[in-house]
Write a protein that binds this ligand. Structure first.
Ligand SMILES: *[C@@H]1O[C@H](CO)[C@@H](O)[C@H](O)[C@H]1NC(C)=O
Ligand SMILES: *[C@@H]1O[C@H](CO)[C@@H](O)[C@H](O)[C@H]1NC(C)=O
Ligand SMILES: *[C@@H]1O[C@H](CO)[C@@H](O)[C@H](O)[C@H]1NC(C)=O
Ligand SMILES: *[C@@H]1O[C@H](CO)[C@@H](O)[C@H](O)[C@H]1NC(C)=O
Length: 414
């Protein structure tokens, strides 16, 4: 019943967001597009969501908020930083949820689902963990206390948790984190077992980057899925971060084959942190740091390859972009010379990549007519609503309200 109550709230919030949006047609957004957003089209194509990372720093930006709150555009948000260990437990047994709660409240206000991120990760880890002198008993206690406390706090709010993040080196071997050094690979099943006990309804994911481009790393991720499964712990999904480079993104066929390989292991899959950056440091860029028409077109093709691969794999549940505007992308500061990786420009114009993804999804939605693309996963809700794609087909033509109704119907199917 709690779920039903939350669903009703979600629907009400969605309707409110929809009517607010309709009254904002004169906002400085590009109005040449159809009113259907990426999420509404994604649902119509039989998937669960199109989502974005966001953070409390962005909440005061009205132009940003107008897009984020548009129910048809996004159906899921992920806190970019505020659920990471250094924020949630900066000192041992001192838990801080202020920012993460604000992101979760934003999700509820806008009728978005929440992808929760992340628990066991070597980076953005407070020094009490990374520099502590631990033995097996003490680090096990610190790790399980962290997972249990954070997941219990957000219990019922998370569609999924990235339980273990980036445990692999590029050659597929285990990364030498404090967790691996003290506990060996056992820290991975331990994290999943602890997570399953803390929130039985959240999907539990392994999440990593460059699985798209390094076959050895993908081998390592497959080893991790089997390790957790063989331990008897629950793992529901593998998240492929998909931080990619324009012109170096694998083909749709290659990416779909990668997703299928993991789907065959019995887990769902998703693109969890998608962005596709221009490499302005390459000699051909001639020092420019703004993409020209050719580069924008290549970026559009690359986005279509990635999103298309999700459409091609029935067990791919959705796509999350790692911010939707270049204004707030992590890329330029983290990788000097790279930039402009998002679907919207820094001044909130939709790029050719947005239009191409929108066209792709509109076509997929129109194709999604006959039999529903029911997920073969036997896992519990909310992924079981995937079959609801058949009831949301109207969303591909009916615009915003159809998208909202489609979401409502899909959620009631739970
Ligand atoms: C681990 O360290 C704790 C605290 O220093 C100590 O009490 C415990 O005996 C140690 N356990 C093992 C297995 O060494
Ligand atoms: C865009 O930039 C790329 C890389 O510098 C260059 O190869 C290409 O010719 C340019 N295209 C246009 C239309 O300017
Ligand atoms: C690179 O930029 C310089 C200065 O703007 C220009 O003169 C030159 O023609 C450019 N070269 C190429 C290959 O685009
Ligand atoms: C839609 O169906 C047509 C005909 O089967 C196919 O060629 C096309 O790739 C499909 N489009 C999408 C986005 O699935």
């Amino acid at each position: 019943m709690a779920k039903l109550g939350r669903t009703l709230l979600t629907v009400a919030a969605a309707a409110a967001a929809a009517s607010a949006q309709q009254q904002q047609q004169q906002q400085p957004q590009d109005t040449t597009q159809q009113p259907e957003g990426l999420h509404a089209l994604m649902m119509s194509a039989g998937k669960e969501y199109f989502g974005t990372a966001t953070e409390t720093d962005n909440f005061g930006d009205e132009s940003y908020q107008a897009i984020l709150a548009y129910q048809g555009e996004f159906g899921m948000i992920t806190p970019e930083n505020s659920q990471k260990w250094e924020v949630t437990e900066p000192r041992r047994n001192h838990f801080v949820y202020t920012n993460a709660d604000a992101v979760s409240e934003k999700a509820q206000d806008n009728g978005h689902l929440l992808r929760c991120h992340t628990l066991t990760w070597h980076s953005q880890l407070p020094s009490f963990v990374s520099s502590g002198s631990w033995n097996t008993t003490t680090l096990t206690s610190v790790l399980t206390t962290h997972i249990t406390n954070v997941m219990t706090h957000f219990k019922g709010q998370c569609y999924a948790w990235d339980v273990v993040n980036e445990a692999l080196n590029e050659d597929g071997s285990y990364r030498e984190s404090v967790f691996y050094e003290v506990l060996g690979d056992e820290y991975i099943p331990l994290s999943f077992k602890t997570a399953a006990e803390a929130d039985p309804d959240a999907k539990l994911y392994y999440n990593d980057f460059n699985l798209e481009t390094s076959s050895k790393k993908a081998d390592g991720a497959e080893r991790i899925v089997k390790l957790v499964q063989e331990s008897g712990a629950r793992i529901d999904g593998v998240g492929f971060q998909a931080h990619l480079i324009v012109g170096q993104t694998p083909s749709r066929q290659t990416l779909a084959a990668l997703l299928s390989r993991f789907a065959r292991l019995g887990v769902e899959v998703a693109w969890t942190e998608l962005d596709i950056a221009h490499d302005f440091s390459s000699s051909s860029s001639n020092g420019s740091s703004t993409a020209n028409a050719t580069q924008l077109e290549q970026q559009a093709q690359d986005y279509v390859s990635v999103v298309g691969a999700c459409l091609d794999e029935p067990k791919c549940v959705g796509v999350t972009v790692w911010q939707f505007t270049d204004k707030y992308s992590w890329v330029p500061s983290t990788f000097p010379g790279r930039g402009e990786p998002c679907l919207w420009t820094a001044d909130y114009k939709k790029k050719p990549a947005y239009d191409a993804v929108s066209r792709l999804l509109r076509e997929a939605a129109a194709n999604n007519t006959g039999v529903t693309t029911t997920s073969t996963t036997a896992l519990p809700s909310p992924s079981s609503s995937q079959g609801a794609g058949v009831t949301t087909r109207g969303g591909s033509r009916g615009g915003l309200l159809a998208g909202v109704v489609g979401l409502a119907v899909a959620m009631f199917v739970l």
